[in-house]
Design a protein around this ligand. Structure first.
Ligand code: ADP
Ligand code: MG
Length: 375
């Protein structure tokens, strides 16, 4: 059963259209992530679900019950927002137990409350901080206390807005793992907001990708990663970023190619099929998107490859990231870490089978950086 249903949600602030016809559903126990760049409208969605803001178009319901006109405190929703303030005069324990001691909460004994608070705090690695006051905590610890305060009580839906954004990179990896385990243990339905693609891919059962108030794609992480709906989605997920190059599709004796700034890129069978479909549909323009991990760099021609001079080389732990310049943009590929390569050397790049997509161009590629480097 769907716990949360959002239908055709739109919201404007003056001239700004913050949300434009957003629809999605969350299933019982689902970890559902709203992912997108800053300003995409993620927080606005949570605020409308929570009832912190009104004046919108569309419908929101929980277990089939419409939320329109229902007061915030009557919605069985728990939330932790990025800057959710703690009660400064209370200890960490008192802060976390606050929702359990509210008159609306189911009656619990002091011992039960203690146990629940301790368990929640332990899960988030703040079990040793219960006696402290908020002023004695770091930013990251405060954030985890706010998160614990949200997760400690039963709710239909938990709304978590960038709840671990203030943690440093190492702590964030731990917090991510804790949060995932905890969500599983609780079986809670979570709407999670982040602009960090690692969190979005690592935590979610499904994710919704939002930009400028519009839904671009809703699917499981591996599907969104493998088959982004648009060039923008492809670019948003992954590091190093997905290569993008604009060109013209051409049919040659040896198969399909993409003609891009004087380079004739040989396409793999899968991309050739997409190219045929495009040509049939009457368009020979395309934006090729392929992750550097799908581009193999060879010292000798392996067949169906494109010869190019090496532009620059980056060393990473298990391979070399080799960049080329095609049509004014960087285009990256990989080869084994021990490969003897130098800048300017001619090599061959080959696109892995079943990798890459042809997109319509929905944004301008930044061609200035390569041009500046070359100058
Ligand atoms: P996100 O959480 O994805 O960063 P927000 O939901 O905060 O995005 O904001 C979406 C858009 O709405 C942005 O363009 C933002 O500037 C605008 N916005 C958000 N809150 C307000 C507000 N109170 N008044 C005016 N504009 C707002
Ligand atoms: Mg936000």
């Amino acid at each position: 059963m769907n716990v949360l249903t959002v239908e055709n949600l739109s919201k404007t602030y003056g001239m700004t259209q913050a949300l434009n016809d957003v629809s999605f559903e969350c299933k019982e126990g689902e970890f559902f992530t709203l992912f997108g760049p800053s300003g995409a409208g993620k927080t606005t969605i949570l605020e409308l679900i929570a009832g912190m803001k009104s004046d919108y178009q569309g419908r929101i319901s929980i277990r089939g019950r419409p939320l329109e006109g229902m007061a915030m405190q009557n919605r069985n929703i728990a939330m932790a927002f990025e800057d959710y303030a703690l009660y400064p005069h209370m200890t960490v324990e008192e802060n976390i137990s606050f929702p359990l001691r509210s008159p609306r909460a189911p009656k619990r004994s002091v011992a039960e409350i203690r146990k629940k608070v301790q368990w929640t705090a332990d899960e988030l690695d703040i079990g040793h901080l219960l006696e402290r006051n908020p002023v004695q905590l770091s930013g990251g610890q405060k954030q985890r206390v706010a998160l614990a305060r949200a997760l400690v009580r039963e709710a239909d839906v938990y709304l978590l807005d960038e709840p671990i954004a203030h943690l440093d990179a190492k702590l964030r990896t731990v917090a991510r793992a804790n949060l995932k385990a905890m969500a599983n243990n609780l079986g809670a339905t979570i709407i999670y907001v982040t602009h960090d693609f690692r969190e979005a891919l690592g935590l979610s059962d499904r994710l919704l990708i939002l930009n400028q108030g519009k839904v671009l794609q809703i699917d499981e992480p591996r599907k969104v990663y493998a088959k982004p709906a648009t060039d923008f989605v492809g670019r948003l997920l992954g590091d190093p970023v997905m290569n993008m190059v604009d060109g013209l599709l051409r049919k040659s004796e040896n198969g399909m190619t993409l003609l891009a700034g004087g380079v004739t890129l040989k396409l793999n069978a899968h991309l050739s099929q997409e190219a045929e479909d495009r040509l049939k549909a009457g368009s020979d323009k395309a934006r090729l998107g392929i992750r550097p991990s799908g581009v193999q760099v060879h010292l000798e021609d392996p067949g169906n490859a494109t010869a190019l001079p090496v532009y620059t080389i980056e060393h990473s732990a298990d391979h070399l990231l080799v960049y080329f310049e095609i049509a004014g943009v960087y285009f990256g590929g990989i080869c084994p870490a021990h490969t003897d390569l130098s800048m300017g050397q001619q090599v061959w790049i080959r696109l892995d089978e079943n990798r890459g997509h042809l997109f319509d161009a929905t944004f301008d590629l930044d061609t200035s950086s390569v041009a500046e480097d070359a100058a």
